[in-house]
Design a protein around this ligand. Structure first.
Ligand code: GUN
Ligand code: FE
Length: 457
C-alpha cells in the first residue's frame, strides 16, 4: 500500500474500549492519521507493515512518539453540559430540582442576554473541558441566540467537537416571564436560525460544531412548541436533546399533564429518533426502554447530578443489557464536576449502590436490585465509544475510519494522584488506575480531529 506522506503517525501505548465490557491495550502501536484527521490504520508491533511504517515515518519526520509514562486514550465524550451554568458549579445543590431551577438556574441563565458575559463564561468552560480531556461536548445554551452563536464560535476556535443548542422553553406557567421564549413560533424560528448559523460558520465546513434541537424538558414547553420542534427535527435531520423522566416531580408532572410518560410524549411529537439524546431517563418504564431502543435514541447517564435530583438510580446495567445506546454526561452544574473521569467513577458507585441497596435496616436479599453493577470496563466504554454511538459519530475508538480524537494521560505528572509501581503494575493495571484516578493533572495533551488543542494547564 503506498504511504501518504501527509499522514501523521503516532506511536503510543493505546488504552481503549471498542467493545462494551472489554479494555484493549496495544503496546507501542502506530496510528496513522490523514490530513482530514481520520485514522487510516492502527498497527501493532507484530504486524508485517509495522517496521516499514516506523522507519518511513521517522525518516520523514512525521512520527510523534509519546514519552514513557504517557498513554493514549480516546478523547472523552460529555453528552450533557449546560454551558450557562458553569458559574454555578458547586452552588445550590441542597435544593430540589424545581426550586434549584426557579431560584438559581433561571436567574443565572437570563443573564446571557449579555453576550460579553456569555463569551467570558464560555471561553472558560470550553478551555476547562478540553483540559479535562473532553474532546466532544453536547451543550445546552440559553434562549439567547447571540450567546449561543458565541458558544459555537468558541468551540470552533478552540477546536472542540461540539453540539450547541438554543434552549427552547415557552410555557407561561413553568417558565418565568423574564426567561422564556415569547411564543412557540418564535422559539422554533430562532432554533432554525441557530441551525443555519452554525452550519454556515466559516471554518466549520467539516461540521466540527453542529446544531442540536433543544426543548429544555416537557414541563417548560407547550405542545405547540414540541410539535414545531419535532417538525424541524424531521426536516433538518439535526440531533435533538432534552431531559427525560429525570425526577419524581418531573416524571409525575408529565404523566399528569399529558397522560403518558416523557418518552411517549417525545415520540408522538417526532422528537425521539436515532439522533436524540435523552438526559437522565431515571424513571423510564420497561415499555419506555423498548420505545427508546426501537427509535435508536440514546441516554446521557449523569450519575453525579442524579444523586442530587433524580430520587432514584438509573438502571444502567439493565439498559446496557437491552442494548440501548448509553453514554455519560457531567450535567454541569447539577453535576458539579467538569470531568468525565469523575462521571466514570460515579457511574460505577451508583450501580453498586443500586445492586446492594442502601438501607441497612432491610435484609441483604431485599435491599437492592440484583445484577445492576457495572465496572471500570463498562464505565470507560460509556465515556468513549458509548458516547460516540449515542451521537452516531465515528469517535471514541482507535479504528480506521474514526476521527483521531485522543488524549495523552501522563501517570507521572507532578500532581498526579495515580501511583504506578514498577514490577507490580502491568499496563492493564495502569488502565484501571487511570479510570479510577485520572484528573485534569494527568491530561498532558489533547487532540481533536488530528490537531493538537491548546496545551492544557
Ligand atoms: N430540567 C430542566 N432543566 C434542567 C437543568 O438545567 N438541569 C437539570 N439537571 N434538569 C433540568
Ligand atoms: Fe441537565
Amino acid at each position: 500500500m503506498p504511504t501518504n506522506t501527509a499522514q501523521q503517525v503516532f506511536k503510543a501505548t493505546l488504552i481503549h474500549a471498542p467493545v462494551l465490557g472489554e479494555i484493549q491495550i496495544s503496546e507501542q502501536a502506530l496510528i496513522s492519521v490523514d490530513e482530514k484527521g481520520v485514522i487510516t490504520s492502527v498497527l501493532e508491533t507484530g504486524d508485517q507493515a509495522y517496521s516499514t511504517l516506523h522507519v518511513e515515518a521517522e525518516t520523514e519526520g512525521r512520527l510523534n512518539c509519546l514519552p514513557e509514562g504517557q498513554y493514549l486514550l480516546p478523547g472523552l465524550v460529555d453528552l450533557h453540559v449546560h454551558a450557562p451554568q458553569w458559574p454555578m458549579v458547586g452552588k445550590a445543590l441542597h435544593l430540589p430540582l424545581y426550586e434549584w431551577l426557579e431560584k438559581h438556574t433561571f436567574p443565572l441563565e437570563a443573564r446571557y442576554a449579555d453576550t460579553d458575559f456569555a463569551k467570558e463564561v464560555y471561553e472558560s468552560l470550553v478551555e476547562t473541558l478540553l483540559a479535562n480531556g473532553t474532546t466532544t461536548a453536547v451543550y445546552f445554551g440559553t434562549i439567547h441566540n447571540p450567546a449561543n452563536q458565541a458558544l459555537a464560535e468558541i468551540c470552533l476556535k478552540r477546536g472542540q467537537r461540539a453540539f450547541v443548542g438554543k434552549v427552547a422553553m415557552d410555557d407561561e406557567e413553568q417558565c418565568p416571564e423574564y426567561y422564556r421564549d415569547v411564543s412557540a413560533v418564535e422559539a422554533v424560528k430562532q432554533t432554525r436560525e441557530l441551525i443555519d448559523y452554525i452550519v454556515s460558520m466559516p471554518g466549520n465546513e467539516e461540521g466540527l460544531v453542529r446544531p442540536i434541537i433543544t426543548p429544555r424538558f416537557i414541563p417548560s414547553c407547550t405542545d405547540e412548541l414540541l410539535h414545531g420542534l419535532g417538525h424541524l427535527a424531521s426536516e433538518t435531520c439535526c440531533h435533538v436533546q432534552t431531559h427525560c423522566s429525570e425526577s419524581d416531580w418531573e416524571h409525575s408532572y408529565v404523566l399528569e399533564r399529558c397522560g403518558k410518560t416523557d418518552t411517549d410524549v417525545l415520540n408522538e411529537f417526532g422528537l425521539l429518533g436515532r439522533r436524540t439524546i435523552l438526559a437522565h431517563s431515571n424513571h423510564v418504564t420497561d415499555q419506555d426502554c423498548a420505545t427508546i431502543k426501537v427509535a435508536g435514541a440514546g441516554v446521557a447517564h449523569c450519575p453525579l447530578s442524579n444523586f442530587y435530583f433524580a430520587n432514584a438510580v438509573f438502571p444502567l446495567r439493565a439498559a446496557l443489557e437491552k442494548e440501548m445506546h448509553v453514554g455519560l454526561g457531567t450535567d454541569i452544574s447539577a453535576g458539579p464536576s467538569p470531568s468525565i473521569f469523575d462521571s466514570c467513577r460515579q457511574a460505577i458507585s451508583a450501580s453498586r449502590l443500586l445492586e446492594d441497596g442502601v438501607d441497612q435496616r432491610r435484609s441483604a436479599g431485599e435491599r437492592g436490585r440484583e445484577n445492576s453493577r457495572i465496572d471500570f470496563r463498562h464505565a470507560f466504554w460509556l465515556a468513549t465509544a458509548g458516547g460516540g454511538e449515542v451521537l452516531d459519530l465515528p469517535v471514541g475508538k482507535f479504528e480506521a475510519g474514526y476521527h483521531f480524537d485522543a488524549i495523552a494521560i501522563d501517570v507521572k505528572a507532578s500532581t498526579s494522584p495515580i501511583a504506578v509501581w514498577n514490577g507490580l503494575d502491568q499496563t492493564a493495571d495502569v488502565a484501571q488506575k487511570i479510570i479510577y484516578g485520572a484528573t485534569r493533572a494527568n491530561v498532558a495533551r489533547v487532540w481533536v480531529n488530528g490537531g493538537e488543542r491548546g496545551k492544557p494547564k
